[in-house]
Design a protein around this ligand. Structure first.
Ligand code: SF4
Length: 266
């Protein structure tokens, strides 16, 4: 039995062009037959599947996601689902669906209007896509970048005050961090973790193997059905080289890891 997560790149399209996005976008999506062929093979050796829908922006292919989910339910005895979205296309109907199907549902929101503006224009209304009474359902993915790190704690509190209750912290690896930005990263994390401790907040980082955004490992199936061991192929070579050469990841990992360890030991 294969314990690895299966990650379907259901589309390489995205409705945004975030300033910090490292993903190479193309105008292609997965066909249902590609997903079906993989699932047929996989179900020969596995009775259960942990399936993540990834992109690009997977809500651009919501009908495909539903179709795949129905097929998974036919083929497997046990299943769990996860999706990461920028939330722009989210409707109440979709939210109902993801809640009903018990998805681990990630929505990317970095903070207030000003902070969201660093990423893309007019995106703050994404918060309003999630009705107030449902804000304990999504896991809010917060990217911590050199640009927004200075306000990360106040953004975290802002999102909490807006009613969100589950979070994931994603340091931005694919860029250069200056020394003062590293120092600020550590300082802001110390405030955020005190707040997490005080309020007993759910932090998804405790339940994942890697802290790194985007480079998810498992069995990654691209739009054409080609399999990879992680989704690094979505990212341009130049950025991957930069990340490796800079040694920045290790430092960001180490700082975040030490806060996670500390909280684990409380
Ligand atoms: S970060 Fe996500 S939402 Fe933004 S452009 Fe990249 S894939 Fe799209």
């Amino acid at each position: 039995m294969d314990e690895r997560q299966v990650i379907f790149i259901v589309t390489k399209r995205c409705n945004f062009d975030c300033t910090y996005c490292p993903i190479i976008k193309e105008g292609v999506s997965m066909r249902f037959e590609v997903a079906r062929d993989f699932l047929d093979e996989y179900s020969k050796e596995n009775e259960k599947i942990d399936l993540k829908f990834f992109g690009g922006e997977p809500l651009l292919e919501f009908d495909l996601v539903k179709e795949i989910l129905s097929y998974v339910k036919l083929k497997f005895r046990e299943f769990s689902f996860e999706i990461c979205t920028n939330g722009f296309l989210l409707t109440l109907e979709m939210l109902d669906f993801f809640e009903r199907e018990n998805f681990k549902f990630h929505i990317s929101i970095d903070g207030d209007r000003i902070t969201q503006g660093y990423k893309f224009k007019d995106a703050v209304n994404i918060i309003d896509k999630v009705p107030e009474l449902r804000r304990d359902f999504p896991i809010v993915n917060i990217v911590l970048s050199p640009k927004n790190i200075w306000d990360s704690y106040s953004n975290f509190v802002y999102l909490y005050q807006k009613g969100f209750r589950k979070f994931k912290l994603l340091p931005h690896f694919f860029t250069n961090w200056r020394e003062d930005e590293f120092v600020e990263f550590e300082k802001q994390l110390s405030y955020i973790f005190s707040f997490i401790k005080e309020k007993g907040i759910y932090l998804d980082n405790f339940f994942i193997k890697e802290n790194r955004p985007l480079v998810n490992s498992g069995i990654v199936v691209d739009c054409k059905g080609v399999e990879f061991v992680d989704n690094g192929f979505l990212i341009s070579d130049e950025l991957v080289d930069n990340e490796v050469l800079g040694g920045m990841n290790e430092r960001l990992d180490r700082i975040l890891g030490s806060f996670l360890d500390e909280l684990r030991n409380v």
